[in-house]
Design a binder for this molecule. Structure first.
Ligand code: NAP
Length: 335
C-alpha cells in the first residue's frame, strides 16, 4: 500500500516511523499547505494539495486538525483513494455523514485511528460484553484527567477552538477513551454535563463532567480534563452483577468478576503517555491500525474502527457539549 500523509505536524512522525517498520507499506510523500517537510523523512516530496500529487499512491492518511478530516476524505474519495483518518472522524454530524457517503459511493475504505481499540484487554472486554458475561452492568465511570500546558494550546491557533478542534479535552484528548466507552456500551439515552475552563486561555472547555443514563438503566460518568496537573492515567471502572473490573490505560488492573478468571494480557506492553503529551512515540498500535486498514482495503473486511462506529464517539461528545447545564463555555459553539 502506497501512502500520502496529509499534514506534516506532530502525529505525522508517528506514521513515518510506523510505515518504516511495515514491509509492503510505503510512504510516497506528504501534503502540507506551507510545504513543511516531514521532520523524520525530510527527503520525501511535499505537495501543497492532494490534487497536485504526481506520483502513484493507493491511500491517504489524514493527519490534519480534527475539523478538516472531512475535506481530506472528500478529496481522497474523488481520486478513488482509501482513507485512514486520525481521530476523531470529524467534529460535526454533517461533516461525518458527508465523508461516509463520499467514501461509500467511491468504493473506498474509510477507517479511523482509534488505536486504543487494538489493546488486547479492551478487545477481551468487548468480546465478554457481546457474550453478556457480566450480567447486568449498572455503572461505568471513565476518568480521563490529563494535563496540557498553555504552550500546547499556543502551538497552533486552531487548538482548543470550537470551529477546528471541535472542543477541548472531550473532543481532542479524551475522545480516545470515550471511543472505548462507546465501543463497549453504545450511546446513552440521556446526557447531562457541566463544562468549565480553569487553567488555559482557549475557547473551549479544559475540564468537565458528564452523567449518562443508558436505556438499560446503566449510569455512566465521564470526566475529561487537560487542566488536571500533572496528568493521570485514564481509568474506566465498571460495576456489574458479577463484580467489578478496572482498565487503566487500556490494561485490566483490577478484576473481581465471579466465574471468570482475570483475562489480562500480561505481555501487552504498549506505552502511550497521553496523560501529559500529544506525541505518540510507541508506534505499535498505529502499526496495528495500518495493517488492519490494509486488510480492509484488500478484502473489504470491516476496519477495527469503521467510520460508522467512530461516528458514535463524536455523536456522544456532541451530546455532552449540547447538554452542558453550566452553559458558560459551550454556548460559544457555532453549531
Ligand atoms: N491517534 C493519536 O494518538 C493522536 C495523537 C495526536 C494527534 N492526533 C490527531 O492527529 C491530527 C493532527 O494533530 P497534530 O497534533 O499532528 O496537529 P499539528 O501538529 O498541528 O499538525 C497539523 C497539520 O495539518 C496541516 N493543516 C492543514 N490545514 C490546516 C489548518 N487549517 N490549520 C492548521 N493546520 C493545518 C498543517 O500543515 P500545513 O498548515 O502546512 O498544511 C500541519 O502539518 C488531529 O486530528 C489530532 O486529533 C492523534
Amino acid at each position: 500500500m502506497r501512502y500520502i500523509i496529509v499534514g506534516t505536524g506532530n502525529i505525522s512522525n508517528t506514521y513515518v516511523a510506523a510505515l518504516q517498520k511495515l514491509s509492503g507499506s510505503e510512504l510516497i510523500g506528504a501534503v502540507s499547505r506551507s510545504e513543511r517537510p516531514l521532520r523524520t523523512a525530510p527527503g520525501l516530496p511535499i505537495w501543497k494539495s492532494l490534487a497536485d500529487v504526481d506520483q502513484a499512491f493507493d491511500a491517504v492518511i489524514l493527519a490534519t486538525p480534527n475539523g478538516l478530516h472531512h475535506q481530506g476524505a472528500l478529496q481522497a474519495a474523488a481520486l478513488g483513494k482509501h482513507v485512514l483518518t486520525e481521530k476523531p472522524l470529524d467534529i460535526s454530524r454533517a461533516a461525518m455523514d458527508e465523508m461516509i457517503a463520499a467514501c461509500a459511493s467511491a468504493g473506498v475504505i474509510l477507517a479511523v485511528c482509534y488505536q486504543r481499540r487494538t489493546s488486547p484487554d479492551n478487545q477481551t472486554i468487548k468480546k465478554l460484553l457481546a457474550q453478556n458475561a457480566f450480567g447486568k452492568i449498572f455503572a461505568a465511570d471513565l476518568s480521563a484527567k490529563f494535563f496540557r500546558d498553555q504552550a500546547y494550546y499556543d502551538s497552533g491557533a486552531y487548538r482548543g477552538t470550537w470551529a477546528v478542534d471541535g472542543g477541548g479535552p472531550f473532543m481532542q484528548q479524551a475522545c480516545h477513551n470515550i471511543d472505548i466507552y462507546t465501543w463497549f456500551f453504545g450511546l446513552p439515552a440521556k446526557v447531562s454535563s457541566v463544562l468549565g475552563r480553569f487553567a488555559h486561555e482557549m475557547e473551549a472547555e479544559d475540564h468537565g463532567a458528564a452523567i449518562l443514563q443508558h436505556s438499560n438503566g446503566m449510569i455512566g460518568t465521564i470526566i475529561a480534563s487537560t487542566a488536571a496537573r500533572p496528568g493521570f492515567a485514564a481509568r474506566l471502572e465498571v460495576h456489574c452483577e458479577k463484580g467489578s473490573f478496572t482498565l487503566t490505560d487500556d490494561r485490566i488492573t483490577f478484576w473481581d468478576i465471579t466465574g471468570i478468571s482475570n483475562p489480562a494480557d500480561t505481555q501487552f506492553s504498549y506505552a502511550h503517555d497521553g496523560a501529559t503529551s500529544a506525541a505518540v512515540t510507541d508506534t505499535t498500535a498505529h502499526e496495528t491500525i495500518i495493517r488492519d486498514f490494509e486488510m480492509a482495503a484488500r478484502t473489504g473486511s470491516e476496519p477495527l474502527a469503521s467510520a460508522e462506529s467512530a461516528r458514535l464517539t463524536t455523536e456522544l461528545i456532541l451530546q455532552i457539549y449540547a447538554n452542558d447545564t453550566a452553559k458558560t463555555i459551550s454556548t460559544r459553539r457555532s453549531d
